[in-house]
Design a protein around this ligand. Structure first.
Ligand code: NAG
Ligand code: NAG
Ligand code: NAG
Ligand code: NAG
Ligand code: NAG
Ligand code: NAG
Ligand code: NAG
Length: 520
């Protein structure tokens, strides 16, 4: 009772927002880092930045009346540190100073998605070696939000799993599917090797969740409403049809375990972070949407990216770039035996049906292809492959090329630029834009569809690879000849064995799956 009374008397306690803490990385220039917190309505707050005990910058803000928050944008800072950040409340009743110590300026990346993002460093291949390397990266700092859902947009994180920390073997491996994310960590580590300046990693992910839960109402509106206005889109509900026939029962809990209501994770785990300045986002999600709203993903995913960009830009007072880089992992593999096309369709929709990223609908994005990283005997189920090293490596190449503008860096696998149907000889020549590294010839990985006219329904049949040159693969299409109307590659849940898809480039980046619908 007394405590409650005190709180009412003093108003909101003077403090930093939840995700400001010792050891954190603040976004470096050209952005200014946003720093915000709570205080007594109307009072002035001074935020000062010091190095070696000397104040080098001061910013002033007034606590807003109705939200009881204050916010400053620091002048853009070069990378480096350590600094301390002091906030001082100028109040007659309750003057107070707060200090954050061991603060560095560098690049901040947000890591979000479902269980393959959540998988911790202790769950992956060579876990003990990776964990033992933690002390080599004291300037890659980590922070993890707790799993919270909400039906209203929260201003701040309700709970934190891992406060800003210097990495250790312990805080990179809190059991299974908790924190810290292996993909996020390995990505940050690779970036640090290139950038040689501090990297801050913010994990906010939750297993078994579909994209609708991470999308704002605004973003979902873009992909709906349905023609007659209702019901509204977005329902991340379990598919109506018999699920158990799609998915081994023991895996259902992981696939659909998370919150299913639209926007509830946007509200609680993303919206609160909008007020920080950051460099970009990486995203590993989609498995759940292979089982719900699959054919909307080519809308919901680009809409989420665009909406997050708008919102992070606005929330940071324009400091986070309006078109900040957004990287994602294309789905790996799940069911070796299944012939349904849920995974290939979702992979395709992850690229807004272009097959590669960036593309016209998804500018400034980059993609790590992972369909060759299967792991049938993963103790966490085959949907959770343990090779996250290659995932993170491929993702960081995309970041270097797209986010950091490294010229000439190859970050995409080979993609076809031309398809020629040689009807007379029943051959199809597929020409790629990059020199191919052919690992093996395969009878079924390419398929063609035969029909006399475009749009006519047709039957997919394997088109065996018969020969290949540096840029061209020749397929045979017996029984199809000039009637080849469609062509696809690796259009299967589990198209090849571990790192043994037929086509790579010389950097060992796999050719992404594709489908071409109009060869006529
Ligand atoms: C806050 O600072 C402004 C000037 O920056 C000053 O005019 C105002 O009186 C101050 N308010 C309080 C409550 O100290
Ligand atoms: C806060 O810091 C300022 C400047 O360093 C100092 O003058 C002031 O006494 C401090 N206030 C409190 C409450 O510690
Ligand atoms: C669902 O699938 C299971 C296993 O394949 C089957 O036994 C059951 O009859 C199916 N239920 C319905 C309603 O189709
Ligand atoms: C998404 O894919 C579905 C199914 O292939 C297609 O009908 C729809 O037009 C596509 N939507 C967009 C926005 O590309
Ligand atoms: C954070 O950003 C949101 C969204 O732009 C905004 O509504 C809110 O006022 C901001 N919070 C602070 C403390 O500035
Ligand atoms: C695991 O470690 C072995 C031995 O050093 C190495 O050959 C292998 O490539 C590592 N696997 C991954 C996925 O990094
Ligand atoms: C297709 O490729 C084969 C083998 O490289 C070649 O002999 C043939 O002329 C090509 N056909 C066309 C129409 O380009």
């Amino acid at each position: 009772m007394f405590f409650l009374f005190l709180l009412i008397c003093l108003g909101v306690a003077f403090r930093f927002a939840s995700y400001y803490g010792d050891h954190m990385v603040l976004q470096k220039k050209p952005a200014g880092a946003v720093v915000w917190g709570y205080g007594e309505a109307g009072v002035n707050v001074t935020v000062s930045l010091s190095k070696d005990g000397k104040v080098i910058m001061k910013k002033m803000a007034q606590v807003k009346e109705h939200s009881e928050t204050w916010k400053v944008v620091l002048a853009p800072m070069d990378h480096g540190g350590p600094y301390s950040v002091m906030a001082e409340q100028h109040s007659r009743e309750e003057p107070k100073n707060l200090t954050l110590r061991d603060i560095y300026f560098g690049d901040v990346w947000l890591c979000s998605g479902q269980s393959n993002m959540e998988m911790t460093v202790s769950q992956i291949i060579n876990a003990s070696v990776e964990l033992s390397k933690a002390p080599l990266y004291p300037y890659v700092r980590v922070f993890a939000a707790s799993l919270i859902q909400s039906e209203v947009e929260l201003q701040d994180l309700a709970k934190i799993d891992l406060e800003w920390s210097i990495p250790t073997a312990e805080n990179l491996g809190h059991g299974s599917f908790s924190y810290f994310s292996a993909v996020c960590w390995l990505f940050g580590r690779h970036l640090y090797e290139t950038l040689r300046y501090p990297v801050g990693l913010v994990e906010s992910s939750w297993g078994g969740t579909c994209i609708e839960a991470w999308s704002s109402g605004r973003a979902l509106q873009e992909c709906g409403p349905t023609p007659n206005g209702s019901p509204p889109l977005a329902l991340c509900i379990q598919p109506a049809r018999n699920r158990s026939s799609d998915c081994p029962p023991f895996l259902l809990p992981t696939l659909l375990s998370g919150p299913k209501m639209p926007s509830v994770l946007w509200d609680a785990m993303i919206h609160p972070l909008l007020n920080m300045s950051l460099t970009g986002v990486i995203w590993y999600q989609g498995e759940s949407n292979a089982f719900t709203n699959t054919d909307l993903y080519n809308c919901t995913f680009p809409a989420l990216i665009a909406d997050w960009r708008r919102a992070f830009h606005a929330g940071s007072d324009g400091q986070t770039q309006p078109l900040f880089p957004f990287g994602f992992v294309q789905l790996s593999t799940f069911r070796r035996q299944r012939r349904d096309d849920r995974f290939p369709r979702l992979r395709w929709h992850q690229t807004a049906d272009y097959g590669y990223a960036p593309n016209k609908r998804m500018p400034n994005t980059f993609m790590a292809v992972a369909l060759d990283l299967c792991d049938e005997h993963s103790p966490y189920g085959s949907i959770h492959p343990r090779d996250k090293q290659n995932v993170a490596y491929r993702l960081h190449l995309g970041a270097r090329a797209v986010a950091y503008g490294e010229k000439g860096l190859v970050f995409q696998g080979p993609y076809p630029t031309k398809v020629v149907v040689d009807g007379a000889r029943a051959l199809v020549n597929v020409t790629y834009g990059q020199e191919l590294l052919l690992l093996l010839m395969h009878d079924r990985v390419f398929e063609v569809c035969c029909s006399r006219r475009a749009q006519e329904p047709c039957q997919w049949v394997p088109a065996p690879m018969v020969s290949a040159s540096s840029h061209t693969v020749t397929l045979s299409s017996p029984g199809c000849r000039a009637a080849v109307s469609r062509l696809r590659y690796a259009w299967a849940d589990w198209p090849c064995e571990y790192r043994m898809c037929p086509l790579y480039n010389k950097h060992l980046l796999p050719a992404p799956p594709f489908v071409i619908d109009s060869l006529h």
